[in-house]
Ligand binder design. Structure first.
Ligand code: 5GP
Ligand code: ZN
Length: 136
């Protein structure tokens, strides 16, 4: 299933050229056009799924195995000091391309990036309440 209007469908399936690091029947791994750091890459499934909620279980499990293999290889080749996996779902979470993708971001000491969040204090009651909502 592809969406002809989706840029990542077209890249993943080779209609639009990209700096490809890896390709198999199911995935293409490309360099991000506007990298956060040197080597910032994206895992794209060739099938169109808008986000994590829509991703078939089999694809979800295989994408993590591929992420692990890519991270190990990139760490060795790039000599990076750390590695972030980031995956955005929905505009509120920063998703800008609505075709599931997983960011592979090599990190370097003093790379100047600030990926992360500002920790907010919570109470025992708030944690208990949200736990009950999620598992209820
Ligand atoms: P999101 O914000 O949706 O999680 O990430 C989208 C990512 O795709 C961004 O990091 C952006 O730089 C990258 N991107 C957008 N368009 C293109 C493109 O045409 N080619 C490549 N290689 N990356 C793209
Ligand atoms: Zn797509």
């Amino acid at each position: 299933m592809r969406d002809e209007n989706c840029i990542f469908c077209r890249i993943a399936n080779g209609e639009i050229p990209s700096k490809t690091l890896y390709e198999d029947e199911e995935f293409r791994v490309i360099l991000d056009l506007q990298p956060a750091t040197r080597g910032h890459a994206l895992i794209l499934p060739k099938e169109h799924h808008r986000n994590l909620y829509d991703l078939p279980d089999e694809t979800a499990s295989r994408v993590m195995v591929l992420a692990k293999r890519m991270a190990v290889r990139m760490k060795d080749k790039l000599n990076c000091h750390g590695f972030n996996l980031i995956q955005n779902n929905g505009e509120a979470a920063g998703q800008t391309v609505f075709h599931f993708h997983l960011h592979l971001i090599p990190r370097y000491e003093n790379d100047g990036q600030t990926l992360g969040w500002k920790p907010v204090e919570s109470t025992e009651g708030e944690l208990e309440e949200v736990k009950d909502i999620i598992i209820g």
